[in-house]
Design a protein around this ligand. Structure first.
Ligand code: ASP
Length: 328
């Protein structure tokens, strides 16, 4: 008995958990529809309203699911699927044109509970790349499938395929023509209007985080170019111990700096809040005009920093926060 009592303080010490930030809210959600120039002068009132309505719909859908106790993974997939069907965004229908005059789509999804993740790159006929990414995560032993192999997998899974031209819209075609003309004149890339990548991050009532991102990439990109969106740790990351992140902007920069993972790592190793970690990476690691992120911490705090003139974005949480914005 004496021995047992003597060991008690050590047993109690062993049971102590590292300090966990108190959960501020039961659930939290943030979405983006891409970062970039988003010229105020070019934006008609009707167009601005249409973007605000689309972001509001995404938040409303997610809020309803999360309030009912839905899982963050289902929420981020559902939101991104809806945005992939919306021609205003550069993901699924409305994807930008590549240099060959077609579309190559990238997407990824990550489950913060297990750190399971799935991604697809350069798919040309998959209507909902985010759903295929989730199937890569759940039905294969792999993380990333690309091109024709990913499309064969889509057929095996019964995932909807469409002709490549299904993704085309007159607006993206015009932007591609303008971009090519700009390059021909300046013999160097201009400030492409590639904005419109979509992403969602969520914390659910079970304390689980998830992130999802989907894109057509950058206007006039080389065929075969893959950006940050399907690169886990660059454009997407989720870990229940820290945060969930979805990025948008110049993908090459996000890959170089492992942006999404870096935000998580700063929280883990430096004990930073999600707001401070995301701020540091977006403003101190990335360059002006590179883009931005939406992130939610495991405590339910939301960060949406960007260093470009605008970023389509929205945030909602269980405490009643509900906001949509485009510029600073
Ligand atoms: N990050 C995407 C890419 O580089 C593009 C974007 O977010 O606008 O493919």
């Amino acid at each position: 008995m004496k021995r047992v009592l003597a060991l008690l303080p050590f047993a109690l010490l062993a049971c102590q958990r590292p300090e966990e930030p108190a959960r501020q809210v039961a659930w939290a959600l943030a979405v983006h529809g891409g970062a970039g120039t988003i010229d105020r002068a070019e934006m008609t009132e009707a167009r601005r309203r249409a973007y605000v309505a689309a972001l509001t719909r995404a938040l409303t859908t997610g809020r309803a699911m999360l309030e009912r106790g839905g899982r963050s993974l289902d929420v981020v997939e559902r939101i991104v699927r809806t945005m992939e069907d919306d021609p205003k965004f550069n993901a699924g229908k409305g994807a930008v044109f590549n240099h060959a005059g077609g579309h190559e789509l990238d997407a990824s999804i990550m489950d913060g509970r297990t750190r399971a993740c799935g991604a697809v790159a350069a798919v040309t006929t998959v209507r909902h790349p985010i759903t295929l990414a989730r199937l890569v995560m759940e039905r294969t032993e792999h993380v990333l499938l690309m091109g024709p192999g990913a499309e064969r997998f889509a057929d095996q899974m019964g995932v909807a395929r469409v002709p490549n031209s299904w993704f085309s819209t007159p607006r993206r075609h015009r932007e591609w023509q303008e971009e090519m003309a700009k390059k021909a004149a300046a013999a160097r890339p201009g400030a492409a209007k590639e904005h419109g990548t979509v992403g969602a991050v969520a914390l659910d009532r079970h304390g689980d985080l998830a992130a999802a991102t989907s894109t057509g990439g950058r206007t006039d990109k080389r065929w075969g170019r893959v950006g940050d969106t399907p690169v886990v740790g660059a454009g997407t990351y989720a870990d229940n111990g820290t945060c969930a992140v979805s990025g948008t902007g110049k993908g090459e920069q996000f890959i170089r700096h492992a942006v999404a993972y870096d935000i998580s790592a700063r929280m883990k190793y430096r004990g930073l809040s999600v707001e401070e970690a995301a701020r540091q990476v977006v403003f101190e690691v990335l360059q002006p005009d590179d883009g931005g992120v939406v992130a939610v911490g495991r405590d339910g705090a939301i960060a949406m920093p960007f260093n470009s003139p605008g970023m389509y974005r929205g945030a909602a949480d269980a405490a009643g926060r509900f906001e949509v914005a485009i510029w600073k």
